[in-house]
Design a protein around this ligand. Structure first.
Ligand code: PEP
Ligand code: MN
Length: 347
């Protein structure tokens, strides 16, 4: 819908906008009002270049889009009934819990094997473990290919499917070759469109699930859902949105907790939403409340950093990981909230 600055366009201006939209296969339908005439774009109005050309005209106030820019991830798309299942949980039917260490310590694999068993006993369905880590400090531990073997061994020992972050094509290939069923796109890479395309291409034709974190710098929900669309448009729509706090941080928390966006996402996309309270608040003591708030807001699942002995962990674990006992209690309470939220569908 084209809204002119003045009450109506003159014939020359109408000719100009008609020429633009026709070159993109659309046409113009004026809607004449008593004081103002607006101009509907009839046809597929999603082409960014067409919108930019119209918005660039000095006599146009704005363009209101009627059609969603998301062909696949939109709540009204044909994929709206698509279901994603992992670890025996179909998202939307039962609360999914992903838990495990921020970072696998290749020098002390024993902790990860113990954590894996403990999160399983606490009720987690998917085991997370960072093999490669995006670290702000270039001198901090960056991860290790060897940790991939530890991750897969923990998966075999517990029977839990695993989730790990990949940051480049090499890691992507190693993870897929090893059989990692859930790949994480971290907050720092959620706006890395080349990586999103590489992951989309690599998971097309597979059952792999992508857990897409929300970038620290994503302002609009549109940006977040568009990042999911980047992956899905290669053919595999198994994308889960994972808000994890944004910038600027709320004084005292690591980031600005953003679990409250769940209902807003749910109005726009069918994609399941799994909240990561650990990176959102950044301190173990605050994690349970954030996790429970997320479930109250309508989250389909939680991704929680947990460690058998947080103080012996590396990466975020010493400050952020909850113990298995806290994890178990958080899961118990989260399930109660889930049941209160949707009594007919709880499981
Ligand atoms: C992580 O999951 O350990 C991690 C680095 O997350 P994020 O990308 O959300 O910071
Ligand atoms: Mn972490």
């Amino acid at each position: 819908m084209i809204l002119p600055k003045g009450p109506r366009l003159n014939p020359e201006q109408v000719r100009e906008i008609t020429g633009i939209v026709e070159s993109f296969g659309c046409h113009i339908q004026p809607i004449v009002g008593a004081v103002r005439t607006i101009y509907a774009i009839v046809g597929d109005e999603r082409d960014e270049l067409m919108i930019n050309r119209l918005e660039g005209l000095s006599y146009i106030e704005r363009i209101d889009r009627i059609q969603s820019p998301f062909k696949l991830m939109d709540i009204r798309s044909d994929l709206a009934t698509h279901k994603i299942t992992i670890g025996g949980v179909t998202l939307g039917r039962k609360l999914l819990v992903i838990a495990g260490q921020c970072t696998i310590d290749p020098k002390n694999p024993g902790y990860f094997y113990e954590t894996a068993q403990a999160v399983k006993e606490a009720g987690a369905h998917v085991l997370r473990g960072g093999v490669w880590k995006p670290r702000t400090n270039p001198y901090a531990f960056q991860g290790d290919d060897k940790s991939l073997d530890i991750l897969m061994e923990a998966s075999r020992r517990t029977g839990l499917p695993v989730d790990t972050e990949v940051m480049d094509e090499g890691q992507l290939k190693l993870a897929l070759d090893a059989g990692v069923p859930m790949l994480q796109v971290g907050a720092r890479n959620a706006l890395n469109y080349s990586l999103l395309r590489q992951i989309g291409g690599a998971v097309a034709g597979r059952k792999t699930i992508v857990l897409l974190k929300r970038s620290l710098h994503m302002g609009t929900l549109h940006e977040f859902i568009s990042a999911a669309e980047y992956i899905a448009n290669f053919g595999n729509p198994n994308v889960i949105l994972c808000p994890r706090g944004t910038a600027p941080a709320l004084d005292g928390y690591r980031n600005h907790p953003d679990e409250s966006i769940v209902p807003l996402l749910k109005e726009r996309t069918w994609a399941p939403v799994v909240i990561d309270p650990s990176h959102s608040v950044g301190k173990a003591a605050y994690v349970p409340a954030c996790a429970l708030a997320a479930v109250a807001y309508g989250a389909d699942g939680l991704c929680i950093e947990a460690h058998v002995q947080p103080s012996k962990g590396i990466g975020d674990d010493p400050k952020q990981a909850v113990t298995p006992a806290v994890l178990a209690e958080t899961i118990r309470l989260a399930r109660e909230i889930w049941t209160l939220r949707r009594p007919a569908k709880s499981g």
